[in-house]
Design a protein around this ligand. Sequence first.
Ligand SMILES: Cc1cc2nc3c(=O)[nH]c(=O)nc-3n(C[C@H](O)[C@H](O)[C@H](O)COP(=O)(O)O)c2cc1C
Length: 223
Amino acid sequence: MKIIVINGSPRTDGMTASVLHSVKNELIYHGIDVEYFNLTDLDIGHCRGCCSCYMTGHCFIKDDADWLSERIRQSDGLVLGSPTYASNVSGLMKDFIDRGHFVIEQLLNDKYCITVATGENYGYKNTLKVLDELIIYSGGIICGHMAIKAPFNSTEILQEKTRKQISKASYKVAAKKKNRFQILYHKLIFDIGIKPFVMRKGKLYRGVTERWSDMQIIKEKIT
Ligand SMILES: Cc1cc2nc3c(=O)[nH]c(=O)nc-3n(C[C@H](O)[C@H](O)[C@H](O)COP(=O)(O)O)c2cc1C
């Protein structure tokens, strides 16, 4: 298995990084091949909202967003971590979410995922919810998720509870554990919301339906 780990904090040695490195080491312990990326090291600009990627299958902005999205597409799973900024994900993470071809393209179809949100006082559970919904709407399976509260700038050693959560989540990824409730929830969202919306768009969303055909999410050909 190959898993991509992405740190959405501008601080490459902060709390989020500390948890993500621990997840990385646990996945490696299970024999999984891991690639770790700090979004702050990459060049990922804002989405310009032109929607041309839905027709062409790629973004016209030539930076690292499509490249990282493609790395995820070729992997078996994703670990996403973000600090909480104003009760939400960081700006770095939001830019990648907007540019990464996640939801409409079903980037995480059948991929095993873990989410990590850190914060120091309030709103970090909302950050986790944003990441979790992204995973489910994009077709992924959440094998574990953790919202971790710690003082800003702390380099404190991870608490026992967090270590147990990391260990359990990593085991579930390695064992390819699926949750039937999540699969059903995603099916409802896809069948009732995403698929009819995309089909109504016809050729304007050709890039999306071509990806779906490649992944065998749909059988019909759009002409
Ligand atoms: C601009 C900014 C906004 C923040 N907003 C929140 C917040 O709304 N809620 C919260 O619990 N923590 C907030 N924090 C604290 C960070 O989320 C927290 O310290 C986090 O663990 C930092 O992660 P890092 O060490 O990986 O950068 C904020 C920090 C910054 C710099």
